[in-house]
Ligand binder design. Structure first.
Ligand SMILES: Nc1ncnc2c1ncn2[C@@H]1O[C@H](COP(=O)(O)OP(=O)(O)O)[C@@H](O)[C@H]1O
Ligand SMILES: [Mg+2]
Length: 278
């Protein structure tokens, strides 16, 4: 079995004064190098998972392990936070400095990284997200997508093995969403960074190795995108829709034209063209 970078074992989480737990006995693992997407409507427990994944929260019951380290053991706290970095929804709440490169340097500076190494990390992190040319720019003048990529660079500069992104595209326009998505996919594919990507945009899930669907504090589906999106009825029941391309392919399949596993527009066009020719 491959190494699990992140592991939830029967995790229940209850917010203070709440009668119902926000998470109920949630179990899953994320392997090193995987790109996993979590889908779910508002209130299903996604952000609670994000905050448990780097010991911002500790489980009420059950265990969370980061690289085998129990997050509830306080001796592991710093190492867990170095291993898993979390990016949140609103870029404005994550930017702390007025100049891009100063903002990216903030995290590693707090980890007491020495100057030469710091310079290297900041430059590399900015290059990774395509923001190096903006290193001297003022952060408040950037677009939403650019700010969010700077926020991601700030996390990368702390050299995590895994990044958890909690709806990082929710507040962005379509262009910003594409920029962020492209940057995160590149980090996973080219730099081998493990990604747990939380979103409610179905079309962002089609690139994942695995998709988990949450509802009412539980994981109700966990599998490849094509397996998960084949569950049209169940997804509809929990307030989610399948991506348009998958819906179209399912309708064609019912009509006798099976295009196979097609989840992206490109794959659809190619498979459809082949059918037409054949
Ligand atoms: N700080 C909090 N105090 C009490 N209840 C909370 C708090 N944050 C979230 N919840 C509740 O926990 C459940 C899961 O919330 P959350 O993890 O934020 O879901 P999601 O990110 O999927 O929208 C919801 O019922 C929500 O109302
Ligand atoms: Mg949330």
């Amino acid at each position: 079995m491959k190494e699990q970078l992140l592991k939830f074992e029967n995790v229940t989480y209850r917010y203070e004064d709440e009668s119902e737990p926000a998470l109920q006995s949630v179990s899953f693992g994320v392997e090193k190098g995987e790109f996993v997407v979590i889908l779910g409507h508002n209130g299903s427990g996604k952000s609670t998972v994000a905050k448990l994944s780097n010991s911002i929260y500790l489980p009420t019951e059950g265990k969370v392990f980061v690289n085998g380290m129990d997050t509830s053991d306080e001796n592991n706290e710093i190492n867990c936070r170095k291993t898993v970095g979390v990016v949140f929804q609103n870029p404005d709440n994550q930017i702390v400095a007025s100049i891009v490169e100063e903002d990216v340097a903030f995290g590693p500076e707090n980890l007491c990284v020495e100057q030469k190494e710091l310079r290297k990390r900041v430059d590399e992190a900015l290059q990774s997200v395509g923001m190096y040319d903006y290193r001297m720019h003022e952060t408040h003048k950037l677009s939403g997508g650019q700010k969010q990529r700077v926020a991601i660079a700030g996390i990368l500069a702390m050299r995590p093995q895994c990044i958890v992104l909690d709806e990082p595209t929710a507040m962005l326009d379509p262009k910003g969403r594409r920029e962020v998505m492209r940057a995160v996919r590149k980090l996973n594919e080219e730099e081998g960074i493990t990604v747990l990507f939380i979103t409610h945009f179905m079309e962002e899930a089609v690139f994942a190795d695995r998709v988990m669907v949450m509802d009412d504090g539980k994981v109700i589906l966990d599998g490849t995108p094509s397996k998960v999106f084949a569950q049209t009825q169940l997804l509809k029941k929990v307030g989610l829709d399948v991506p348009e391309v998958a819906r179209l392919a399912a309708a064609l399949r019912e009509n006798g034209t099976d295009l196979g596993d097609v989840l992206t527009e490109d794959a659809f066009v190619q498979a459809f063209s082949r059918k037409m020719e054949g």
